[in-house]
Design a protein around this ligand. Structure first.
Ligand SMILES: *Cc1c(COP(=O)(O)O)cnc(C)c1O
Length: 428
């Protein structure tokens, strides 16, 4: 048993801000972060022995729940055969084939070690293929911490109110043009001004880093059309959405095929993996076939591949049914609990990922997200935490349900939300 104040103080003595990823420091909700000792299924256990129903799921990867026996077995067996070779292994081929089987837009894949690396490489590839420099991204979309993409970004960058980090050169910022999510008008204006210079449009097809914001009807189709017309590439960042739905990705749900798809999170099942994929003619521009350079000492790591393979294998139809059941139960439960409390909330949902907003309706872009009552979130977070439910320590993050979230788990969380919503409603 280690008190969290004690370990956090120690952490601050040797890790920047006591953490290795900013949102974990609880800056936007206040308080001392819990330190996790272990987790199983839908439950986290911290160093003080307290247990929490987990709605972060490591920000998405733990879709089967924690320490899923099949994943533990696969990773243990792989570890016994060594954790890295720096030479090809069969797991890379297997995982690539499994991904291709669910993403018809992908012929060839390159594995990397994070989502950040996937989007970074996708941009380099797009620039290398088109001979153009500029990129269009959307305000509130987060694609990892790459220089050129950390402009008007979501996730931690959003809650910390640092839309553009110091240390990013004027040149990188200049090559990034920020459009408004769900606004084809804003995209058209940008193409009218700078069409000939735009290498790619990168988008989260469901934006998962400013809460969860769905694409407006026709928006993704519009992006496909304008990029095709103007010789730019379309990149879907499906790092959150990939394998979150039984169809594979949002692209298969809406029937819009991007040129490049970025994946991460679920495909590593909790180990560090990212990937980019697309049609052969494009992906073959990457080294060693083409001139666009990219490499990685731990890329295609055998443990990570084993974890990813075991995770995707477990994502059967019945697993997706369980995920749907749990997530829709949470959605309905929260809506009726908030309704009884007289607290306006709106919930968006894509399979097992949910966005909850303190507003009458689900917002459509960064501005409308920021107009919601995000100030109520710390009260929600701490109220739920005290009752044993762990949500993201930041208002504009999604909620992730896993296949290990049983009806009992969801019902306990919903029951706890009654008092929390009532208290928030009173504070209005
Ligand atoms: C998490 C995330 C990334 C970055 O992935 P990391 O593995 O954290 O580098 C990129 N894009 C989206 C949409 C994400 O949610």
């Amino acid at each position: 048993m280690i008190k969290r104040e004690e370990i956090y103080a120690r952490a601050c003595g040797s890790l920047v801000g006591g953490v290795d990823s900013p949102v974990r420091a609880w800056k936007s909700v206040g308080g001392t972060p819990i330190f996790i000792d272990s987790a199983a299924g839908a439950v986290l256990r911290d160093t003080e022995g307290a247990e929490y129903r987990d709605y972060v799921s490591s920000w998405g990867p733990m879709i089967l729940g924690h320490a899923s026996p099949d994943v533990v077995r696969a990773v243990s067996e792989a570890a016994a055969r060594s954790s890295s070779y720096g030479a090809p292994c069969v797991g890379e081929v297997e995982l690539a084939e499994m991904i291709k089987g669910r993403f018809p837009s992908i012929d060839l894949i390159r594995f990397v070690s994070s989502g950040t690396e996937a989007t970074m490489t996708a941009l380099r590839l797009a620039r290398g293929c088109t001979g153009r420099d500029r990129i269009v991204k959307f305000a509130g979309n987060y694609h990892g911490h790459n220089d050129g993409l950390l402009v008007s970004a979501g996730s931690g960058a959003l809650t910390h109110g640092v839309p553009t980090s110091p240390g990013i050169t004027a040149a990188s910022a200049r090559d990034t043009i920020v459009a408004r999510f769900n606004s084809m008008d804003s995209v058209r204006r940008i193409f009218e001004e700078s069409g000939g210079e735009i290498a790619a449009v990168i988008v989260e097809p469901w934006a998962g880093n400013m809460g969860l914001v769905p694409p407006a009807p026709g928006f993704l189709e519009g992006l496909r059309e304008i990029t095709r017309e103007r010789g730019a590439l379309l990149i879907f960042d499906e790092v959150i959405t990939g394998f979150r739905v039984p169809e594979g990705g949002v692209q298969n749900v809406v029937g819009v095929a991007p040129d490049i798809t970025c994946l991460g999170k679920i495909i590593g099942g909790g180990l560090p993996v990212g990937a980019l994929g697309g049609r052969a003619g494009l992906m073959e521009r990457l080294s060693p076939i083409g001139p666009v350079y990219q490499a990685g000492t731990l890329s295609g790591n055998p443990l990570a591949m084993a974890s990813g393979i075991a995770t995707l294998k477990s994502l059967t139809e019945s697993a997706y049914d369980r995920l749907e059941r749990a997530a829709s139960r949470l959605e309905r439960g929260f809506k009726s609990a908030a309704g009884r409390a007289g607290l306006p909330i709106a919930i968006s949902r894509l399979g097992s990922v949910l966005g909850m907003f303190f507003s009458e309706s689900v917002p459509s872009d960064l501005e409308s997200v920021q107009a919601t009552r995000g100030d109520l979130y710390p009260g929600f977070f701490h109220g739920m935490l005290e009752r044993g439910d762990y949500f993201a320590p930041s208002a504009f993050e999604a909620m992730f349900v896993s296949a290990a979230h049983t009806d009992e788990i969801i019902d306990a969380t919903v029951a706890n939300s009654e008092a929390v919503f009532a208290k928030l409603a009173n504070s209005l």
